[in-house]
Design a binder for this molecule. Sequence first.
Ligand code: ADP
Length: 374
Amino acid sequence: MILIVDDIPENIFSLKKILELHNFVVDTALSGEEALKKVLKNSYFLIILDVQMPGMDGFEVAETISGYSKTKDIPIIFLSAVNTDKKFITKGYEYGGIDYVTKPFDADILLLKVKTFYKLYEQKKELKLTQEILREEIETRKAAENKKNEFISIASHELKTPLTSIKGYVQLLERFLNKQGEPIINNYLDRTNLQLGKLQSLVNDLLDLSKIDNGQIEFNKQPFEFSNMVLNVIETIQQTHDCNISLQNNFETKVFGDEMRLEQVLINFLTNAVKYSPDCQQIDVIVSEGPNETVITKVKDYGIGISKETQEHLFDKFYRVEKTSTKFQGLGIGLFISSEIIKRHHGSYGVKSEVNKGSEFFFSIPVNGSEKEI
Ligand code: ADP
């Protein structure tokens, strides 16, 4: 609806007719005071305001309108017969007015301006609607994300308890059966333990994920022998895999950080290197001193490799390379957790890879930790 404010009824009459002829709904007010009452009660997309009126003049009306939150954005076209000099025109803009037309006005030009404002109003309405829809969508997604996080947290906690019991019972069985020396049973128990280990690391990953999401992941940083940690991890992984893992290490300094968490990163890089290298023969681990007192650890495999386009997403939560996701088991959270651990050590990480040639995952962290802890 458009509001025309003019103290002369004849002026209003002609303007109203023109606008109505073009399908605009028009309301009128014969004084500034009446206009103020109306704008607070009704909704207008435009006010055509005569400047020269007894009582409140057009500018006073505009100033008051721009003070109300409900009406401050309504555009105004000022109409004036006399005040055509530039200074006056700027005054119109200062008071939130958007356009200014001098009388006698050209009906076509005024109509054009009204139509432009109407178009703007429609676009603004549409934009508002889209924003509203987007806001709702964001809220819905946030709620779903929270529910999913809550579920992961509960599920992983619930899984951990029976898993610990199973591990305990398998150990008891092992002790009992070892005495009997049945090789086939021992073999089955070894396999059970291997699968239990995998299950446990999945559950631990899920627990870590929910801790990261809830900002509850804690770090216990202390100085430790970095190369010992690397050596231990390689030895452990080597025990359960045929693939040869070599180590090239020129770094013997102690590092300030959370040993267990950094070990987790290396285990993740190494198990991925083995997993994504069918018929794996060789994996190289290279530890070296980096610039600005950092230590760089690289894990190089000669497996399936990763295409350039997918490399940037590898460290995202739940990301798995689609083409290969059905061939290899996984949840797509190991690299995400690793990236969080490295970030919390103020370090950096990345990958260089070529399809069918192999990948090199690396991370670098400051040797002495950082002054500011996060
Ligand atoms: P997961 O291995 O459980 O799927 P990760 O977060 O450890 O989860 O890895 C994410 C994805 O990155 C994997 O699904 C895989 O597509 C890709 N990826 C990781 N490491 C390698 C690697 N060494 N070679 C090829 N692809 C890899």
